[in-house]
Design a protein around this ligand. Sequence first.
Ligand code: MN
Length: 529
Amino acid sequence: MVSVKEIIGTMRAPSPEDVAFVEKAYAYAKKAHEGQTRYSGEPYFIHPAATAKILAEYGMDATTIAAGLLHDAIEDARVSREEMEREFGKELLFIVDGVTKLGTHKYRGAERHAESLRRLLVATASDIRVLIVKLADRFHNMQTLEHVPEHKRHRIALETVEIYAPIADRLGMGRMKSALEDLAFPFIDPDAAVHAAEVRKLKTKETETGLAKVRKELGRELAKKGLPGFRTDIRMKGLWSLHQKLRRKQDDISLIHDIAALRIIVSSIEDCYTALGAVHALYKPLPGEFKDYIAFPKPNGYQSLHTTVVTPEAGIVEVQIRTEEMHRHAMFGIASHMSYKQLGKSIEKLDKETQKSRFSALSFSWRSLIPSLMRVAKRDEEMRPGTKIPPWLAELAEAHAGSAGSEEFVEGLKEDFFSHRVFVFTPQGDVIDLPATSTPIDFAYAIHSDLGDHLQGAKVNDKLVAFDTPLNNGDIVEIMRRDSAHPSAKWLDIVRTSLARRHIKTALGMTEQTKPRRRARQTRKARRA
Ligand code: MN
């Protein structure tokens, strides 16, 4: 069992108050779960203690770690909410409440599950730490999944790759994402899991010695360019993500170039491009394989340069170049910004970034967080870090708080939340973040409902386009507005976001439950297929 010493030893620079708070929560939760056992027959408290340790590893604050210790205490150990608030405060109770599943009477089965999820996400919109505790909880549960009764394992594993891994991805927690997927994989498709592991092993042997040579050669070249302060590591592709790729490429291993990738970690953005120059000078890059995620970060904030080159020593190799900070972000995501000390510093830094690169998607997603970050930072002495509301999450919670059926909720969630995103620009250079295949109508509604309701025409990159034109990353979209223009029912077949759909229905005087929504979804599915 993880001891309280281990948890505290993992925390980053805890104050004496932090230590006392975590110690109290540990003793309290241990007592509350006394006599309870897990499926494995071990004491139940093993689970909350392990959850807290994971949270400490992710650099979370004392409140979040204590919430990890107490996260099952209301549901499974029958501690009352009043008592928890009295002993540990409102903030902790809020987090535990958000993580707690629903009471038994009102909902059943799948509906119950969707309700729990909705509740989790709505709570997350006010405090992102709710979601991080939930991810740590799930992470430990996945490590011990073999003890769960067989008929439950498959469902839990599927839910993990379909819902929790994408959430971790959206929060930029790359390490958590692939760990969750790889823990779930053997329970979803045991044969494929064995196959992927074999493929990876084979390829690793093949490239390992080669990559060591490439690393050496590159080291010399980088030193020549005056970049002595770099380090490299080799990252192996996760098994689940390898499996997805194998399926896309009809199991042709020779088409997969990133099973092993060489990472170069340097100290500044400038050095990233210098290193890229060195790599391309040494090895011929494959055309069309270069991606600049520094200038165009992924929607979750991921930044790096990716290029695929042909090396005499190791064949075709993917090279990823990034700074230490980008590296930390890619591992821990939003959690890497959570400590109190970093908070003030990162606001300053992000402010600078915002001024520097007008077209940076990263600065966009952070820019809209800055007011609440500031509020949190300025809160007085009892302040605990971490109350950040990602706008997509707040939007999501808002957009779905009123939606009727559970099935509809989960569907909407999958569509808006888990599908890929595109970044498009207003003529003023503001970035709008939309699901892939969004149209100018979605764009107009994302800016303002009034703009959508009076959409007359749209220009993409200065050319007039039809309303069903899918938007691409980097498009500049200009909306023309006219008072006499109004939505048409046809738009329901075209739009991609539930926000736009909802506004169109309202404008048309339709209710949520009418048919076009379903038809719209089917049409889109058919189109994609
Ligand atoms: Mn739990």
